[in-house]
Design a protein around this ligand. Structure first.
Ligand SMILES: Nc1ncnc2c1ncn2[C@@H]1O[C@H](COP(=O)(O)OP(=O)(O)OP(=O)(O)O)[C@@H](O)[C@H]1O
Ligand SMILES: O=C(O)[C@H](O)CO
Length: 523
């Protein structure tokens, strides 16, 4: 086994080595080498956005003067530093902040997902854990990403800490995805249960994260700039790990340190759109009506510095560097992949065909219709930053292996009761699409993985596929269409080739949405 791994590693470092040419054995070796490279790239993407390296890049403390530099701003530390945080990646962020700034830290409170400390301990990730006698109090809550009593207790402790600060103090706010559910502080008379119900209904009816968080902000004491307001007149520095396409600070975790620009009318439009306006609880109507007549208007946040620490783009840039070091021509296509997983899969399937045909030249090439259809699919997905033309031009000029990288968060409309996640479902659907486009002399591999290491309610981060997927699955008696009809991608990948196509990383301690890699390797 160890020897086989050694061979794999060697192969992985030799993208166009002689073993990649010819016969079935060579094809198997090539397939394993590609899969190993895909794993390496995924690890490097995640590694670039781990809490430790990110905070170390953003913060520098002069130990003699106590001057803290955050990007181009300076703050004077003299035992006047406080810390709060909320989000799935905040435990590790807090551990690094404590490591770097501990001597000036007076007190902290963080709200993190239920069970995360035990999971990190179990995974041996000591760097993600606070010191034994830390002055940072940890609350675990928001099971299943829904606000609960434990998260409410955390939010109230965070508010209390913020309200006690003076103009001499500095509040460090650590924010990452999942922060909204971990910081619930509904404005009375709205209750936690009412907020929970409204959030669930909006999400189930397909509200976008922008819409959902607009409503959350309107009903919260701390979101939409409320936390910054509570901390005033202290200075506030927010360090934000983005899990939203485009990195909008006002949306991530519902922008607790960003003044909200939304009006009550915006909220009513959203509630209308999802058929919820008429059935609103009286308490919600009361809070919205009060906001409409608030003479103070929205919070102002002039005392706040909001900094995006890490993002999908940063993770993909590192994977691109690694791919180039492995001998690939690598292009980042988009960091804003959104939309229904079926359309996204069609796009990647046809992209493989169109790009692969260019790579295999001279040959039949892709047809004009295929080129046009690809542009249509891309237009339907409405990806603001898509570099399709650039990617295809790069493929033509490559004359060697190509890696196209993208990131974002497609959506799955759940119909079945199977077990899966959006990455495994995307990979499986791309596997089906690739079957339609025989590429002959070009090896293809597609990988999709969630950077948090957990795809939906499964233990896997994602999966990888090749064009032979459906025929190989059929030979094992597995009908891909049936698994897809039940949203049962995880069960499929567990059975298919003994689970060899699953990507396992364990919880990574970070979260910048998903990464997609398409490898095209001329044989
Ligand atoms: N059986 C399934 N098949 C496909 N997708 C699923 C399945 N069950 C859940 N999902 C998807 O998994 C997602 C929820 O899981 P997860 O917690 O990883 O996502 P999330 O809450 O968006 O968090 P993050 O952004 O941190 O990944 C939802 O997008 C949901 O549609
Ligand atoms: O917490 C939230 O609001 C989402 O994860 C987006 O940041």
């Amino acid at each position: 086994m160890a020897a086989a791994l050694q061979v794999l590693r060697h192969l992985a470092r030799a993208p166009s080595g002689p073993l990649l040419l010819g016969g079935p054995l060579a094809r198997l070796a090539s397939s394993m080498a590609l899969a190993e490279q895909a794993r390496q790239l995924f690890e490097s993407a995640v590694g670039a956005v781990l809490p430790g390296p990110m905070l170390q890049r953003a913060l520098s403390l002069d130990p003699d003067s106590g001057e803290l530099k955050v990007r181009d701003r300076s703050f004077q530390l003299r035992q006047n530093l406080y810390l709060v945080g909320f989000g799935k990646a905040v435990l590790g962020m807090a551990a690094t902040a404590e490591e770097l700034l501990g001597q000036h830290l007076v007190q902290g409170v963080i709200s993190v997902p239920k069970g995360i400390r035990a999971a990190m301990e179990h995974a041996g990730k000591q760097e993600m854990l606070l010191k034994p006698h830390s002055c940072i109090q940890v609350f675990e809550g928001a099971e299943d990403n829904l606000p609960d009593r434990d998260a409410l207790r955390a939010a109230l402790a965070i508010r209390q800490l913020a309200e006690g600060l003076t103009a001499d103090d500095l509040l460090l706010v650590l924010i990452s995805g999942g922060g909204s559910a971990l910081l619930p502080a509904p404005i009375p008379p709205v209750t936690l249960e009412e907020k929970q119900t409204l959030t669930k209904l909006l999400a189930a009816r397909g509200a976008t994260i922008q819409e959902l968080n607009t409503i959350r902000k309107a009903l919260s004491q701390l979101k939409g700039g409320g936390l910054a307001q509570a901390a005033y007149p202290a200075q506030v520095v927010s360090l934000i790990l983005s899990d939203v396409v485009g990195d909008p600070v006002e949306v991530i975790a519902s922008g607790p340190t960003v003044a909200s620009i939304h009006s009550v009318q915006d909220c009513l439009h959203i509630l209308n759109r999802y058929g919820l306006r008429t059935a609103l609880p009286r308490s919600v109507k009361t809070v919205l009506a009060r906001a409409d007549s608030d003479p103070h208007g929205p919070h102002t946040c002039g005392h706040v510095l909001n900094v995006i620490l890490g993002s999908n783009a940063l993770a993909l840039a590192e994977a691109q560097r690694q791919a180039e070091a492995l001998g690939y021509r690598a292009v980042v296509l988009s960091t804003a992949i959104q939309g229904d997983v079926k359309s996204v899969a069609q796009f990647y399937g046809l992209l493989a065909r169109v790009a692969g045909a260019r790579l295999a030249l001279p040959g039949p090439g892709a047809s004009v219709e295929e080129d046009e259809r690809l542009c249509e699919l891309a237009a339907d997905l409405q990806l603001p930053d898509l570099q399709l033309k650039e990617a295809l031009e790069a493929v033509v000029g490559a004359r060697g292996p190509v890696c196209l990288l993208a990131g974002g968060e497609p959506t799955v409309q759940l119909q079945g009761s199977g077990k899966g996640g959006r990455n495994q479902e995307l990979a499986l659907r791309v596997g089906v699409e690739l079957r339609q486009w025989p590429l002959g002399t070009v090896d293809v591999l597609f990988l999709s993985g969630g950077t948090d290491g957990q795809d939906g309610p499964t233990e896997a981060a994602g999966a990888w596929v090749r064009p032979e997927l459906t025929s190989q699955a059929a030979a094992e008696g597995l009908d891909v269409a049936t698994f897809l009809a039940h949203n049962d991608s995880h069960t499929f990948f567990c059975r298919f080739q003994g689970g060899a196509h699953l990507l396992y990383t364990g919880l990574t301690g970070t979260n910048v949405m998903d990464a997609h890699f398409l490898f095209l390797h001329p044989q």
